[in-house]
Design a protein around this ligand. Structure first.
Ligand SMILES: [Zn+2]
Ligand SMILES: [Zn+2]
Length: 385
């Protein structure tokens, strides 16, 4: 009987992507899971078939060879000279089917491969990432700053240098799996590889666990870290400090530390990305007559801004380049100044006298000066009509 086509077995087209092939394989493999196929005597054979198909198609070189020569690419019938691109030999046929799919097996059937927790041992693993919330002022966000932070974290144990073994002794090869980290086990009609229960997959065990850390290779310590906060950070900016997270378990790599920046509200300035806003009070007389106001800037300096005669409250003026810097870039945003015309209060008798006179002159000078009064007059006239 002719061998079925690998693409047909997985139910994908010849143009399927690597991802599509993987998905199709997973789906088929789950369907053939031994737990679901107690009554199906062909399940194992079918599983072997789809596994062989996937094994051939998941690897780009093997796939190319299969596309070119079909099954002949793997049955030893094609001499080395005929193989496309002179790739190294693909090995004789199916090989050991259990080992062939072991790399995806845990991913697929992690539930029954399980078998962790052999006496609390665990493999070397990467430490967790940590988060540190840092509050900075707007001035610090403007200029950039360097801060020292105290981070309580799990660090490498000093007594054993992270190995977890007493006195820093090197761990020894696991006797159960001879250092492979995996053992063969019978599971229904499958021979599967599973994580070694003695060493948890690490391939090594610690004979005498370190007393200081209980064999974990790490312990709680407080670290002082100097953190560079670049100019231009905003609330929500994340800064990654590679390898400054938790130490790995049993000498595994450390995690990362993420600084989450929170920029505090400022008494004078509001911020929108690189633009700063500032409301500047101006007297009625100054707004009417025109002149200059002095405004604060985020760099701690001052700028003088021209106020045109007749400026109304809410008028905005732009100060170029006086806003926030770009994060890890060049240039600055602008600062927008909004005039707030202030009604004078706590008047002296003389001021009142002058304002009364001013009002009288205003009415005489131009009784319909304000378009609002014109509109109101029109409104009342309309009511009468
Ligand atoms: Zn230790
Ligand atoms: Zn082992």
């Amino acid at each position: 009987m002719a061998k079925p086509d690998f693409y047909d077995l997985l139910g994908v087209s010849r143009s399927a992507s690597a991802d599509e092939i993987k998905k199709a394989y997973r789906k088929k493999a789950k369907e053939l899971h031994p737990d679901r196929n107690a009554d199906n005597p062909n399940a194992e054979a079918q599983f072997k078939e789809i596994n062989e198909a996937y094994d051939a198609l998941k690897d780009p070189e093997r796939k190319a060879a299969y596309d070119r020569y079909g099954h002949a690419a793997f049955d030893g019938g094609v001499g080395a000279g005929q193989r496309g691109g002179g790739h190294p030999g693909f090995g004789g046929g199916n090989g050991d089917f259990a080992s062939a799919f072991s790399d995806v097996f845990e991913d697929l059937f992690g539930d029954f491969v399980g078998g962790r927790g052999g006496g609390g041992r665990s493999r070397a693993s990467r430490g967790s990432d940590l988060r540190y919330n840092m509050r900075v002022t707007l001035e610090e966000a403007y200029s950039g700053t360097r801060k020292t932070i105290r981070v309580p974290r799990l660090s490498e144990c000093d007594s054993c240098n992270g190995s977890g073994a007493e006195g820093g002794a090197e761990p020894v090869t696991c006797p159960t799996c001879s250092g492979m980290g995996k053992v063969r086990a019978q599971q229904g009609f499958f021979t599967v590889e599973r994580t070694c229960p003695t060493c948890g997959g690490a391939g090594q065990i610690v004979k005498n666990p370190c007393k200081a850390c209980g064999g974990a290779g790490r312990m709680e310590k407080e670290a002082n870290l100097s953190v560079n906060i670049p100019a231009g950070v905003e609330t929500g900016t994340r800064i990654r400090l590679s390898g400054e997270g938790e130490a790995g378990l049993r000498g595994g790599p450390a995690g990362d530390l993420y600084i989450f920046v929170n920029v505090a509200e400022h008494a004078l300035f509001k911020r929108d990305a690189m633009t700063l806003f500032c409301r500047v009070p101006v007297s009625v007389a100054r707004a009417a007559l025109g002149g200059e106001v002095e405004v604060p800037t985020i760099d701690g300096g001052r700028s003088r801004v021209k106020v045109p005669a007749g400026s109304q409250s809410g008028r905005q003026m732009r100060l170029r380049g006086k806003g926030m810097p770009a994060l890890r870039g060049a240039g600055h945003g602008d600062m927008l100044i909004e005039l707030a015309v202030e009604t004078p209060v706590n008047l002296t008798a003389r001021q009142k006298e002058l304002l009364e006179e001013f009002e009288k002159l205003s009415v005489e000078n131009n009784p319909e000066a304000s378009s609002f009064f014109t509109k109101v007059k029109g409104f009342w006239d309309g009511m009468k009509g």
